[in-house]
Design a protein around this ligand. Structure first.
Ligand code: UDP
Ligand code: MG
Length: 310
């Protein structure tokens, strides 16, 4: 029995990438021995001609299947939709813009057949990303190592081969807010790493920028660590100790030198400082409460309008 390989590709406003993607991926898949393949294209509510182009491909090639989402749910939700629709013995999420080189897929399959349950691609060279993006990414990983109990392997993205067992495990994680990198890391399993160079986008432009990346980082921290909640206990304790020492100092000074009535500046500084600290800590609480709120609603992660070629 040949094994089935499923590719999962999220598409959001990628009309120019659709054709190039299929043209470069299909030959690679055909050349892998003893495998059948399917490509699950998830249209994440694109507003351009992405969907009609995908359907055109699907009409000509029954192994290209299309999951049409009802609106834009974001990449993580689109990947989840693809994972749930995939039937392969091994599943590989891959970006539509060919920034994850399809040429790596045969090597991933070989490592999987050699016994690895996860074969992750690691970017050795991110020179195609902006200096800003590289800098903030590295800061994120470093900070995450301090505050989180799950170590995120650096420069490893969503491009990875997963055995069926791993996919089934991933499907059991029910959270609505899906920080995929973290979820992958949380799963464990026997993992092999393959290095590759990240190439520039083939067409279109990146959907992740500035504020979106910041929110992504917050998601990462709050999904896998409660440290940001706990530091306030210690900061508060430290502040209380300092305040107490200062009170003792003032009392002694008054007893020894009498009361000279200054102190406007120190009171003002203390009031504004602790006011801001309290606002920040309330903000951190808010981040977590907001996430609890979203999780308790138990809404589906994505909605499908239609399955094509299933
Ligand atoms: N994507 C998606 N939904 C979104 C944003 C992005 O499905 O809301 C897809 C996008 O079409 C692409 C992949 O996610 O296939 C990666 O996006 P992008 O290349 O913009 O991210 P970057 O490579 O810049 O991190
Ligand atoms: Mg990209």
């Amino acid at each position: 029995m040949p094994q089935l390989l499923s590719l999962i590709v999220p598409f959001y406003n990628e009309e120019d990438a659709v054709g190039i993607f299929a043209a470069s991926v299909c030959p690679v898949l055909e050349a892998i021995p003893d495998t059948q393949w399917e490509i699950i294209c998830v249209d994440d509510g694109s507003r351009d001609a992405t969907l009609p182009r995908l359907l055109e491909l699907a009409a000509a090639e029954p192994r290209i299947r299309v999951v049409e989402l009802s609106r834009n749910f974001g990449k993580e939700a689109a990947l989840t939709a693809g994972l749930e629709a995939a039937r392969g013995d091994a599943v590989i999420p891959i970006d539509a813009d060919l920034q994850d080189p399809p040429e790596l897929i045969p090597a991933m399959v070989a490592a999987w057949r050699g016994g690895a349950e996860v074969v992750a691609g690691r970017r050795t060279d991110r020179s195609t990303d902006t200096a800003m993006k590289r800098g903030t990414a590295s800061l994120f990983y470093r900070l995450n190592r301090y505050i989180s109990n799950i170590e995120l392997p650096e420069n490893v993205g969503d491009f990875r081969l997963m055995d069926r067992a791993v996919v089934e495990a991933l499907k059991r994680l029910p959270e609505r807010q899906r920080f995929m990198k973290g979820l992958f890391a949380w799963l464990g399993f026997k993992t092999a790493i393959i290095d590759y160079t990240r190439t520039p986008r083939t067409a279109g432009e990146s959907k992740f920028s500035g504020f979106k990346l910041w929110n992504f980082a917050l998601e990462g921290f709050t999904s896998f660590s409660t440290t940001p909640l706990k530091i306030w206990t210690y900061l508060g304790a430290l502040g209380a100790v300092i305040a107490l020492l200062y009170a003792v100092f003032i009392m002694l000074r008054t007893l020894i030198f009498g009361n000279a009535v200054p102190g406007y500046a120190s009171i003002f500084v203390a009031v504004t400082f602790f006011g801001s600290v309290q606002l920040i800590s309330i903000g951190v609480l808010g981040e977590y409460i907001g996430r609890i709120y979203v999780e308790t609603k138990q809404r589906p992660i994505y909605l499908v309008r239609k399955f094509h070629n299933f």
